[in-house]
Ligand binder design. Structure first.
Ligand code: TEU
Length: 553
């Protein structure tokens, strides 16, 4: 059995502060806005809040371009607000997890301002500089946000590397001074009382640009282990923190390397195989294909069954992804049922569940008519690039509606009032007009809402350790419409069963034959679910968890 740790038993809630709650009426969410909602989290039962970056930033990539790791973005408030949030959260038993962007900084960070001044500046080697080759970029490395990953800098006649935007120059981790300065940042935030870090694209820090290697470079794990020794070794220091790496290209072996406890690296990693199954291999994320449920089951079950030496993260949504009800589910007729089905499927599995703001009320993707209403740099750069390449506007917008990161970034819908209660002025990004029907206020008042369903699932994990530490045993693996599995822990046995589509199904389950077992429904997304002997009838998107007790003769 895996060792007990608080972060295995926790449910973590991700906040994208810009879109969460605006306390001062400037149209942008802020830290005080998060503090105002702490009692909401307490009610919901989440254990920790992961805050997307709140540090000083010119916001080319909404805070993922940091210009000062030791200070707070003006629009979000002050360090005093941050200290207050940490203290108020602690009073309620809620931990704060900071998002750390260590692969790159902003080009407005003092290190880069210095670095670009001259070739012999003492910060030159904090970043990756290369000479032109035949008067052009050093090689063909591309940026995740379109175009080349190299930017020419007139002043010194060299190119610098930026795997993301031009305003996000990559740090050079081969430089020991960089690593020391990063460790200091970790220490500073640990001293403030935060209890974990989410590490942005940490897989990129071992990059070898000359060989066009970005993720999983040869020294990656040495660097992470070094950080572990200098700060993440939470048990050693008595600070029992959690570390979560964002690792897009992790397979099971790589994830194991990061998370097997004896390797002393990270607590867990985000891998994205299950949420990228609508993408075509070798093509841009914008060129999608329909989801094949068997493929999804295969991926989910593989991580459950084979990633056993380390710990899994469980998530559907984040600030880079479309909303799950729109992405893989049904965001019209069966929005409520499918949102609950995804929640049940996920929270029943083994790993730490992450809830992204708004997921708990079943928020959906957005369709703005005009590109000028979008704010995400990745979306805007892709639009420009594809327009230049001659794509039809209609086709570009279609892929934006499916995959744009702004789908997950529209403001949190709190009430049916103006701007969904997010702000009193103009929101920085449009509120989804469906806030009149989909909002926290109305879901709090409705026992059958998606929100109450999340609350029940969170408390179920607290009550039944089978969901945390129990074995995972999939069934009906070849069924093209149903996802089902058992969680077994000592004498405790639970069945999680989900109808993934809008068609009625009748399923035969041996455990339901009524002879040697008592079957009790623990949670369901229909209020009147019923089972017949030996048969389980599942309506559209119906999902449920049953407790199965053997009858001792
Ligand atoms: O994301 C890493 C990353 O690779 C994403 O940009 C991803 O490829 C893309 O969103 C898929 O559409 C992290 C952050 O989560 C993201 O918000 C930042 O933009 C990025 O790093 C750069 O810091």
């Amino acid at each position: 059995m895996s060792e007990r740790r608080w972060w295995k038993e926790a449910v973590i809630y991700q906040i994208y502060p810009r879109s969460f709650n605006d306390s001062d009426g400037d149209g942008i969410g802020d830290i005080k806005g998060v503090t105002e909602k702490l009692d909401y989290f307490k009610w919901l039962g989440v254990d920790a809040l992961w805050l997307s970056p709140v540090y000083k930033s010119p916001n080319d990539d909404n805070g993922y371009d940091i210009s000062d790791y030791y200070d707070i973005m003006d629009e979000f408030g002050t360090m005093e607000d941050m200290d207050n949030l940490i203290a108020e959260a602690k009073k309620r038993g809620i931990k704060i997890i900071m998002d750390m962007v260590f692969n790159h900084t902003s080009d407005e960070h003092p290190w880069f301002i210095e670095s670009r001044k001259s070739k012999n500046n003492k910060y030159r080697d904090y970043y990756v500089w290369r000479d032109p080759v035949d008067g052009k970029e050093p090689n063909d490395m591309g940026s995740v946000f379109s175009g080349s990953a190299w930017q020419f800098d007139e002043k010194t006649g060299q190119y610098y590397l930026h795997v993301f935007s031009k305003k996000q120059p990559d740090l050079n981790w081969e430089n020991e001074k960089v690593r020391k300065d990063i460790a200091k940042i970790v220490e500073f935030w640990l001293d403030k009382g935060v209890e974990g870090f989410r590490l942005d694209v940490i897989e990129n820090i071992g990059k070898i640009p000359d060989d066009m290697i970005v993720a999983n470079g040869p020294k990656l794990h040495d660097y992470i282990h070094e950080l572990y020794e200098k700060g993440f070794d939470s048990l050693g220091t008595g600070k029992d923190i959690v570390t979560i790496g964002e690792c897009w290209s992790a397979n099971i072996d790589i994830a194991t390397q990061y998370t097997a406890p004896e390797n002393e690296e990270l607590s867990m990693v985000f891998q994205f195989e299950h949420v990228s199954l609508d993408e075509q291999k070798g093509k841009a994320k914008w060129d999608t294909k329909p989801l094949d449920l068997l493929e999804l089951k295969n991926v989910l079950f593989k991580w459950q069954l084979e990633h056993t030496k380390g710990w899994n993260t469980l998530f559907w949504d984040n600030h880079d992804l479309p909303r799950i009800v729109s992405h893989y589910g049904n965001d019209t007729t069966y929005r409520v049922e499918s949102a609950k089905m995804f929640a049940t499927l996920l929270h029943g599995m083994k790993g730490t569940p992450f809830i992204y703001q708004g997921e708990e009320i079943g928020m959906t993707n957005i369709k703005f008519d005009d590109i000028s209403d979008y704010r995400d740099i990745e979306t805007l750069n892709m639009y420009k690039e594809r327009m230049e390449q001659g794509y039809e506007v209609e086709d570009i917008m279609k892929s934006i509606y499916i995959k744009s990161r702004d789908n997950g970034r529209t403001p949190m819908q709190w009430t049916s009032g103006k701007n969904g209660g997010f702000t009193t002025s103009n929101p920085w990004l449009g509120v989804n007009p469906n806030y009149r029907d989909i909002n926290v206020e109305s879901e709090l008042a409705d026992e059958n809402s998606v929100l109450h369903h999340y609350k029940k699932l969170i408390s179920l994990r607290k009550e039944e350790k089978a969901f945390v530490y129990g074995d995972f045993r999939p069934i009906l693996v070849d069924d093209k419409e149903i996802v089902a599995y058992y969680r077994v822990y000592g004498k405790d046995k639970f069945l999680v069963i989900c109808n993934f589509y809008g068609r009625d199904r009748i399923i035969e389950i041996a455990d339901f034959d009524g002879t040697n077992v008592n079957v009790t429904e623990i949670i369901s997304n229909y209020c009147d679910s019923s089972t017949e002997l030996g048969k389980l009838k599942l309506r559209p998107y119906e999902s449920a968890i049953y407790k199965i007790d053997s009858i001792v003769q």
